[in-house]
Design a protein around this ligand. Structure first.
Ligand SMILES: Cc1cc2nc3c(=O)[nH]c(=O)nc-3n(C[C@H](O)[C@H](O)[C@H](O)COP(=O)(O)OP(=O)(O)OC[C@H]3O[C@@H](n4cnc5c(N)ncnc54)[C@H](O)[C@@H]3O)c2cc1C
Length: 573
């Protein structure tokens, strides 16, 4: 049977190669496996047409999600990606011959649960392996054997682990988890709809005004006026708030978590440094912040607001690497009829005399007309590179220029020698926790490289850390330093510093979220005040990537929400 399938696949591949010169289709076919149905859909995208209802710039996971929803609603959609692979920062690449890596993002949790179900991602090949245990914090101490803190999904085992350092913290941990879980449930409704358009409130006919008021509903839900059914739903998670607890009563405490430094919040709950340091790591991921920075509480929340198989805050590895998720979304989109192309770099958005977006021009000179243009590229690429500046309001351009895109992230992909020997499935990454003070020190050094102290890592390990690498002294010249100050040479893998992340993936400043997730750059203000609802100053042009609400991570929410807004406008054209 396997041989028969193999022969059939070879025949189909040969046929495809003769009818289609697109590298995309060949890659696509090669990565698909043997499903005839999928090949049929992939075949449909053989030729780029000159006109679609909607064009999506960029095939990051958000662009693919947007395309799937638009096409599902009957809007003929094409996705144009400049790289040779789909997925943006959610991609699998063979960076060492014979070995595939999740080259940028590597863990899944944040993807909105509706997207799994509505796009039938499992049917389209998505398989996620839970990450349990999920964090390991080794301690360097003068005792033998040295201790470590291992946390996973079993609460009793977590409590035992924490009790090594503090009985009191072990007791408090379940309550802390429930508190955070309750907060995440409260914020949940805000993630799946555009931020309230305050300018629209009070405008138009009475009917229109009443309709606009509906936009306040998610905000009211978050503030605590939840339907009992929803509270019930939230409480099915192990970390849900106690039944009957009105979320609204917690608002002052939730407000504090959102705005305070995470160190302050963790000090209120716990006394042991290893636990606080482990939890604080989530508050600085991707952010140029330290645990003592106000607003770092929100960053932590952003990293625990996902779920996997109904378990709040759980993370997992995608079988086949993160690119397999993007492939599953792309399958869902093409199965609905969308056309997806790689190696199609958009160089500008076409504008009509009335200033409306009318399609895009590609770098090879091709023009593709469309009524809607959705951009999955960052706000900086979209508005500062693809649109003539004079077509945009000055204050809007200034806001986009002001977005803080500083990045502390360096991704190191290495092939472990055991992988060379044993060929296990693709590995995804190493997660290390740090004592809190070194987290702060790393942040300080990243900000003030010239006044940095000794450059050995806090744990004595080589200082090839994924967070807060040594800041570039001159733009474009980065060095990641080893323990003795020697440059880390990576023969079996690659080291991606912020300039690399910008050059390869188009992430502005190397920022993994298309712009910091600080409080001044969220909700109403993402990417700019008055333009947080996916629409832009250019009618017909929408932002559908991480630079829009609710921000970065492999969430799909921006793609899904933007598609809904664009669809509404399309229907009234
Ligand atoms: C090193 C690293 C580790 C991370 N780890 C995780 C993790 O473990 N879990 C997690 O949830 N998140 C993680 N993230 C964050 C997450 O990957 C990103 O926030 C998310 O993937 C962004 O998705 P997006 O679709 O909004 O945009 P992107 O993935 O940035 O996609 C934008 C796409 O647009 C394309 N494009 C840009 N300009 C043009 C143009 N002119 N023409 C055509 N195409 C264009 C780009 O090539 C790209 O494919 C990580 C990110 C990085 C970099």
């Amino acid at each position: 049977m396997a041989r028969h399938c193999g022969a059939m696949a070879t025949r189909i591949q040969a046929r495809l190669n003769t009818v289609c010169s697109s590298r995309w289709l060949q890659d696509w076919h090669l990565s698909l496996g043997l499903s005839g149905a999928r090949l049929t859909h992939a075949g449909a995208a053989e030729r780029l047409q000159r006109e679609y209802d909607a064009v999506v710039i960029g095939a990051g996971h958000n662009g693919l999600v947007a395309a799937a929803y638009l096409q599902q609603a009957g809007v003929r959609t094409a996705v144009l990606e400049k790289r040779h692979v789909l997925g943006g920062a959610a991609v699998t690449e063979e960076i060492v011959p014979g070995f595939k890596f999740s080259r940028a993002s590597y863990l899944l949790s944040l993807l909105r649960p509706q997207i799994y179900a509505e796009l039938e991602l499992q049917r389209h090949g998505l398989r996620v392996l839970p990450r349990d245990p999920y964090s390991f914090t080794p301690l360097l101490e003068d005792r033998s054997p040295p201790r470590s803190l291992l946390l996973g999904h079993n609460m009793a085992q977590n409590q035992q682990q924490i009790a090594q350092f503090s009985q009191k913290d072990a007791q408090a941990y379940p309550e802390y988890e429930a508190f955070m879980g309750g907060m995440v449930s409260a914020l949940d409704p805000l993630l799946d709809s555009p931020p309230v358009d305050t300018a629209a409130l009070g405008k138009g006919s009475l009917l229109q005004q009443l309709r606009n008021l509906r936009a306040l509903w998610p905000l009211l839900q978050a503030a605590g006026h939840q339907q009992p059914a929803q509270v019930q739903q939230c409480s099915s998670h192990t970390t849900s708030p106690p039944p009957g607890l009105a979320l609204g009563q917690q608002l002052p405490r939730y407000y504090e978590v959102l705005t305070a430094p995470i160190s302050k919040i963790l000090d209120q709950w716990f006394e042991s440094e290893p636990l606080k340091a482990t939890l604080a790591t989530d508050a600085v991921i991707g952010a140029m912040t330290s645990p003592h920075t106000p607003g770092s509480g929100y960053v932590l929340l952003h990293h625990v607001m996902g779920e996997l198989e109904g378990r709040r805050g759980a993370w997992g590895y995608v079988a086949g690497g993160m690119g397999a998720l993007s492939q599953a979304i792309a399958h869902a989109a093409t199965a609905r009829g969308a056309h997806i192309f790689a190696e199609k770099a958009v160089c500008h958005v076409l504008l009509g005399r009335d200033g409306r977006a009318q399609g895009v021009a590609l770098q090879d000179g091709t023009e593709v007309r469309s009524k809607l243009v959705l951009s999955n590229a960052s706000p900086q690429i979209t508005f500062l590179e693809l649109i003539p500046q004079k077509q945009l309001p000055k204050d809007f351009v200034q806001r986009i220029r002001q977005v803080d895109t500083r990045s502390p992230v360096t991704k190191i992909n290495v092939l472990h020698t055991s992988q060379l020997r044993e060929h296990p499935p693709p590995a995804s990454g190493i997660h290390r926790g740090y004592p809190r003070t070194p987290l702060q020190q790393a942040h300080d050094r990243a900000l003030h490289p010239l006044s940095a102290g000794p450059r050995t890592g806090p744990t004595g390990l080589p200082r090839c850390v994924p967070l807060h690498p040594v800041h570039p002294v001159r733009a474009g010249r980065w060095s990641v330093l080893g323990r003795a100050g020697q440059k880390c040479v990576c023969r079996q893998g690659d080291i991606l510093t912020p300039p690399d992340l910008e050059r390869i993936f188009g992430l502005p400043g190397g920022n993994i979220f298309h712009g910091g997730m600080s409080l001044d750059q969220l909700y109403f203000a993402r990417p700019a005040p008055s333009y947080s609802g996916y629409r832009s100053p250019i009618p017909g042009l929408y932002l559908c990537g991480s630079g829009a609400h609710p921000g970065g991570g492999v969430m799909g929410a921006a793609g899904r929400n933007a598609a809904q807004v664009a669809l509404k406008d399309f229907r009234s054209l």
